[in-house]
Design a protein around this ligand. Structure first.
Ligand code: NDP
Length: 284
């Protein structure tokens, strides 16, 4: 039987710390502000944006939402970002991905100034993460590291296998595990013998985007299993990348979906917005 790593409990602890610091900043007349831009009407994006907004309000931060129609031009979107780049009330800017296909995501990411890039997607911040000297960490991988820390799971010398190599999750996740002295293998759609590679893992992170992709025969007895996937089944229920029912009896720790990595992503975003506000105001 695995211990369930409860993202709701751990994220609440992170958010409590953030709320305390927000209150301290407020006493100095500083209110951390996050601007969230959503283009189009993707229902999953809508849910994520609402959750981010709710978290901001809960922690006493300023939250501004910009909803733009799907046919928004690149010029319009970039012009809004440039405005927010110089807006003193806004410390963090986030453009919810994916964007409609006529918009260039890379250009959008590169237009947000690194100081306000609370998603840590800008090449400047990605480079800093690579070196290990960073201001912000990408929200999902950093949230996972927080979960491992909270559960006192030591990473040093452990075989860590990350399935997925996206810029948002897989690549930065592997880098953070490496910084903590894990021996890291990154898998993707061209990986040969995926099952054998996964069976080596002491810590297995699944960020694939396919429901129930990781089955019990891919998991070593006693492994720590982190499920990043958010997949919607035909019956409307959310489901991770890991077949929880099968894998849970073999794992030592496992994250559920929902209630696992998702809440940690939002808590880290709040932390990053607070960090941005402190840096931009020269506060400690
Ligand atoms: P991407 O689609 O960008 O990346 C998926 C990765 O999985 C790719 O690297 C791909 O390989 C790899 N992959 C696909 N099929 C296979 C396969 N058969 N075998 C091995 N690897 C495979 O997704 P994201 O990284 O953005 O997201 C992954 C999941 O995490 C999604 O379900 C997403 O919704 C969820 N997510 C959850 C968050 C949270 O807060 N919990 C936050 C962000 C994402 P290749 O590169 O070769 O194509």
């Amino acid at each position: 039987m695995a211990k369930i790593i409860d993202g709701k409990v751990i994220s609440a602890a992170v958010k409590e710390e953030v709320a305390k610091e927000v209150a301290e900043l407020k006493a100095q007349g500083i209110i951390p502000g996050l601007a969230v831009i959503i283009v189009g009407d993707d229902p999953a994006s809508r849910v994520y944006v609402n959750n981010k907004k709710k978290a901001c309000e809960q922690l006493g931060m300023l939250s501004r939402e910009y909803t733009m129609p799907a046919e928004t031009t690149e010029e319009e979107l970039l012009s809004l970002i440039k405005e927010l780049n110089t807006d003193p009330e806004i410390n963090g800017i986030l453009c919810q991905l994916p964007l409609p296909s006529h918009l260039n995501e890379e250009l959008v990411i590169n237009t947000i100034i690194p100081e306000k890039d609370v998603d840590a997607f800008h090449p400047h911040n990605v480079g800093k993460i690579m070196i290990g000297n960073y201001d912000f960490l990408p929200c999902t991988p950093a949230g996972i590291m927080e979960m491992l820390k909270y559960e006192n799971i030591d990473i040093t010398g452990k075989e860590c296998v990350v399935i997925g190599r996206s810029n948002i999750v897989g690549k930065p996740m592997s880098m953070l595990l490496l910084h903590k002295n894990g021996t890291v293998t990154v898998c993707h759609s061209r990986t040969k013998n995926l099952k054998e590679v996964c069976l080596r893992a002491d810590i297995l992170v699944a960020a694939v985007g396919r429901a129930n992709f990781v089955t019990a025969d891919m998991v070593k007895e006693g492994a720590v299993v982190i499920d990043v996937g958010i997949n919607r089944l035909e019956n409307g229920k959310l489901c991770g990348d890991v077949n929880f029912a099968e894998v849970e009896p073999k794992a030592s720790y496992i994250t559920p979906v929902p209630g696992g990595v998702g809440p940690m992503t939002i808590a880290t975003l709040m932390k990053n917005t607070l960090t941005a506000a402190k840096k931009q105001n020269g506060a400690k």
